[in-house]
Design a protein around this ligand. Structure first.
Ligand SMILES: [Zn+2]
Length: 435
């Protein structure tokens, strides 16, 4: 029996080894001081996780655990062990573009796709190193089907990265996406696939599904501003008929549709069109919440990103930025109270990948969500939305061995999830050190 002592090396940044080969049927055992399994509300003390190959075989009390003689033992007995985390809203092809350096437009107009793919590779590795073993990446922002290629490279073991659920190009309408503001004579590239009318919308969905989309992402609102009554107004994009064509097509393929929707007409069209998840949902009125409850719609709020880069307070943009955060907080609280299914999502890429992904947990907890519920939103609950219940987001027999460890109690201090020390994906150790 080989003992791998981790406790000592958790005091400094340890070495990282990305295992390229799939672990065979070798047996690894993790001793967990405290185990949060992602499903139960109750943490359990002194647990043993037995991993065979890339799946969890058994989880039991240390006192009656049977540890095979040939097993590699990883000692996390002074740590809290959780399932690998799931971020349900990321953009690996965005890098928190700095407006001073040309912002979003320069990324599309000046960077070769190979350069963008290289940076996406780094973003994926950052996510994995922070304990996010699964991402739902919701559009490439002008990088076409680049996410499909990154996913293939990860799955084939060429680069380290999380499990990816990819949305490819996303869909919006004429006047419904960047790049914009250029001379009308110019045919500018767009960050999303533009489709007008149910026929074009269905065709766009078919193309994306044909080329490997796991989800379809639709922009149901675009610009936003403060209206005459001081409320948040959003420009709607697709009609209900256009969205219904997309949803019908995606559901036929056994796939789901994520709708970017801020408020008002576009948000209601998203729900009337049968959207599976509302992204951002900055201003959810009571009717929207009631409809989400009735239809079982998921809510991926992405709070943290709306607290960044506010324009000056006395400008229209600055007023809008503050109003968005205020309405968002109220929407989140209302949705939580009503029992809407809330999943963890960040909009990383909109936020620089150098920032901690887990900062979203603190925003959720600050707005009244319990730490355990916030953890579930990034584990078991997200796994249900991704149709992967039992495979990911839980530490239980049969699940993939995606396991993280932190040197403290996240139920007392959720911020500790920003310093994940141990990361395993698919039974292979990705990171065995940390802060
Ligand atoms: Zn986004």
């Amino acid at each position: 029996m080989r003992m791998v002592k981790l406790a000592a090396c958790l005091l400094f940044v340890g070495t990282m080894a990305f295992s390229q080969e799939k672990p065979s049927q070798s047996v690894t055992v993790i001793r967990a001081g405290v185990l949060i399994d992602g499903k139960s509300d109750n943490p359990r003390r002194d647990q043993v996780i037995v991993i065979r190959g890339n799946r969890i075989e058994n989880v039991s009390d240390a006192s009656n655990a049977k540890i095979p003689a040939s097993a590699t033992v990883i000692d996390l007995s002074r740590h809290t062990v959780l399932p690998g985390l799931i971020d349900a809203h990321t953009h690996i092809f965005l890098q928190g573009e700095d407006p001073a350096e040309g912002g979003y437009d320069a990324n599309i107009l000046k960077q070769p796709l190979s350069f963008r793919a290289a940076r996406a590779t780094v973003a994926a590795r950052h996510a994995l190193e922070q304990g996010f073993t699964t991402l739902r990446d919701v559009e490439t922002e002008g990088a076409g089907y680049g996410d499909v290629g990154i996913k293939q490279a990860i799955n084939a073991g060429f680069i380290p990265g999380p499990r990816l659920f990819v949305a490819t190009r996303a869909i919006s309408t004429t006047g419904g996406y960047n790049l914009e503001g250029y001379a009308p004579e110019l045919q500018m590239p767009k960050g999303a696939q533009i489709a007008d009318g149910p026929v074009e919308a269905r065709k766009a969905a078919r193309e994306q599904l044909d080329h490997g989309a796991d989800w379809i992402k639709v922009y149901m609102t675009h610009r936003s501003w403060i209206g005459k009554n001081g409320d948040l107004v959003s420009q709607p994009t697709l009609t209900v008929e256009e969205l219904k064509a997309i949803v019908d097509e995606a559901h036929g393929w056994g796939k789901k549709v994520a709708c970017h929707a801020y408020s008002g007409i576009g948000l209601h069209r998203a729900l009337d069109g049968g959207c599976d998840s509302i992204e951002h949902g900055l201003d959810l009125d009571d009717a929207a919440i009631a409809q989400m409850m009735k239809q079982g719609t998921w809510y991926c709020p992405t709070l943290a990103v709306y607290y960044k880069d506010w324009a000056a307070e006395d400008t229209p943009e600055g007023k809008r930025d503050r109003k968005r955060a205020e309405a968002h907080a109220a929407s989140f609280k209302k949705a939580m109270k009503a029992g809407v299914k809330i999943v963890f999502g960040t909009d990383m890429g909109g936020i620089s990948w150098s920032e901690p992904i887990a900062q979203e947990f603190s925003r959720m907890v600050d707005l009244g969500m319990s730490p355990m519920d916030a953890i579930k939103s990034a584990t078991s609950r997200a796994s249900v939305m991704l149709d992967s219940e039992g495979d990911i987001g839980t530490l239980a027999p049969g699940a993939y061995a995606d396991v993280i460890g932190v040197g403290g109690d996240p139920l007392k201090d959720i911020k500790i999830l920003e310093s994940v020390g141990f990361v395993m994906k698919d039974g292979a150790v990705v990171k065995s050190g940390g802060k």
